[in-house]
Design a protein around this ligand. Structure first.
Ligand SMILES: [Ca+2]
Length: 347
């Protein structure tokens, strides 16, 4: 599955153990706690390059912010409860048992991480890999050909750049965000016939280039490979491409089903197979069934491929759990879709 995969055992030994802790595969540098100072000279220079965005992003549904001009736009999600797993008839055994999870407020990337953002991390020496774009384009295309280990370098760079605690989503956080209050197979409902309207999948154009690929969708979405992020409608919480485009790495180790899974939204890093890490959301080369909100997959932590990218999470500082959370108290984010209009924070 990963024709160019390589081993990076030392990085794995460093990275598979902690969830939010140090995880740098470069030069033995340590992770500086956000805002705690003590940065090295090179890290201080990285922090100094954080400039506010010229035009703060505006959220259409929930509050959106951007810590630096070159870091991901983030959507502030309310906490809530939801049913994790496949609740319909087409679920697979590893999506069971369906269980209730309570998630604390957090912020998640409005878009998948782009080549533009990744290449800054690489240029500053933090992200060691400069991934191949396969001549599909860089800039606003989602970064591909990155492993879970590589993804840890990117979130470590974000922590240095911003002074905030960025990390990969837990699997529960990812599904909570992707569902956006829905309990259906997709955030738009159950219709697989609508998939090309809402997501970049293996469509007719993609199938023409890969006639031997088993899965296909009998529709046209306009992209044979990756699409620039935000090319398709957002989910009800204003998150783009949670379905299709690229698979998104999350923090969790692979477990063959949800028996014993955490119910507090934390990553499941006890037991299971931690040499394999979960990825979610499906990609440009998949059939609709593989793009369901509950669909799970996993690959070797050091493996990478042309359908693998990431979306990041930022933990809110306690003082920042403000209007977005308080307003949400009047809504059931686990069942209602949570749509509401709020001005973005001035940043
Ligand atoms: Ca496509």
């Amino acid at each position: 599955m990963f024709p160019g995969s390589r081993r990076c055992l030392m990085a794995i030994l460093i990275c598979v153990l902690p969830f939010a802790g140090p995880c740098l595969a470069q030069g033995g540098r340590s992770d500086a706690p956000p805002g705690a100072g003590g940065l090295s000279k090179s890290e201080a220079r990285i922090r100094q390059r954080c400039q506010p965005p010229k035009q703060p992003p505006a959220g259409k549904v929930l509050e959106v912010f951007q810590d630096c001009h070159d870091t991901p736009e983030m959507v502030r999600l309310p906490g809530g409860r939801f049913l994790m797993g496949q609740t319909g008839a087409i679920g697979l055994t590893y999506e069971l048992p369906v269980h209730e999870v309570e998630v604390q407020p957090f912020s998640i990337g409005r878009y998948e991480v782009t080549f533009l953002q990744w290449d800054v991390c690489h240029a500053e020496g933090f992200c060691l890999r400069r991934p191949d774009d396969k001549s599909w384009g860089r800039a606003m295309r989602p970064v591909i050909n990155i492993s879970w280990v590589d993804a840890q370098q990117f979130v470590a760079w974000l922590r240095i750049r911003t002074g905030q605690h960025y990390r990969l989503p837990s699997e529960a956080e990812w599904e909570y965000a992707a569902r956006a209050g829905s309990a259906t197979a997709f955030h738009w409902g159950e219709s697989t016939g609508s998939v090309c309207k809402y997501a970049n999948v293996l469509d007719v154009a993609g199938r023409m280039q890969r006639p031997n690929w088993f899965w296909s969708n009998d529709c046209m979405d306009g992209y044979a490979h990756t699409a620039p992020v935000g090319s398709f409608p957002a989910n009800p919480w204003g998150l783009y491409d949670v379905t299709g485009n690229v698979w998104e790495w999350v923090q969790d180790c692979w477990h063959s089903d949800y028996t014993g899974a955490p119910t507090d939204g934390s990553p499941w890093i006890e037991g299971g197979d931690c040499s394999r890490r979960v990825n979610r959301g499906g990609g440009w080369g998949n059939h609709a069934r593989t793009l369901r909100s509950a669909k799970r997959d996993a690959d070797m932590a050091e493996g990478y491929g042309d359908a693998f990218g990431l979306r990041v999470v930022r933990e809110d500082a306690p003082g920042e759990r403000r209007a977005s959370e308080l307003d949400a108290a009047g809504q059931d984010a686990g069942t209602g879709g949570g749509a509401r209009v709020q001005e973005p924070a001035a940043r």
